[in-house]
Design a protein around this ligand. Sequence first.
Ligand code: ADP
Ligand code: ZN
Length: 210
Amino acid sequence: MKRFILFGAPGSGKGTMGEFIQRDFGYVRISTGDILRSEIEQGSADGRRARGHMESGGLVPDELVIELVRRRLGRDDLDGGYVMDGYPRTLAQAEALSAVPCASEKAIAIDVEEDEAVDRLLSRLTCRECGAIYNLRNKPPRTAGVCDLCGGVVERRSDDNEQAVRQRFRVYAERTLPVIGYYDLKGVLSRVDGRGAAAPVYGRVKELIS
Ligand code: ADP
Ligand code: ZN
């Protein structure tokens, strides 16, 4: 089975690219951020452990995230291929993922400058139910506060505030840039210019997907 991995700082658009890839190619998008938020919604023990880390913009402990991904990858809906969005974010996670066999692997890093990304995050809205991504400025939901796709509540994510966003950037530089280096060394990494509107960025990403 095929595996794609999306890298990008918070606000780089990797979640949106993952949604587009799933829609057009049928590869299943696996977002660890969405999985963790759904654990929190359900009030599970895992969700309770994750919550504080997420709200402050830190990383959820490897051991917990690795286990959640292990469970997700164990389901039988991935034969057509899948896209990882937000995982791996640490070298330990990358090693855990590398231990899961796949027929082919491609990593895509979406580059965007911090100021543009922060700007996007502060006007971003997310569906609490399905994780669909909106933007107050250029892609609001058709009905204010209601998800076009599932009718769920659309709101600002609790970690999309300036302080948590800046912290997520620091963590990305410290913990996740080395992971991008890891995939570069493996020879499977491509880089995409993530500046500007989603459609042209997706045009560039699409060329790398097959
Ligand atoms: P973003 O990339 O914009 O920060 P995500 O939805 O991917 O948004 O992640 C939100 C938060 O969830 C992260 O700041 C982190 O706390 C947690 N998280 C998501 N994926 C991971 C991961 N692979 N390892 C550790 N924490 C994670
Ligand atoms: Zn929704």
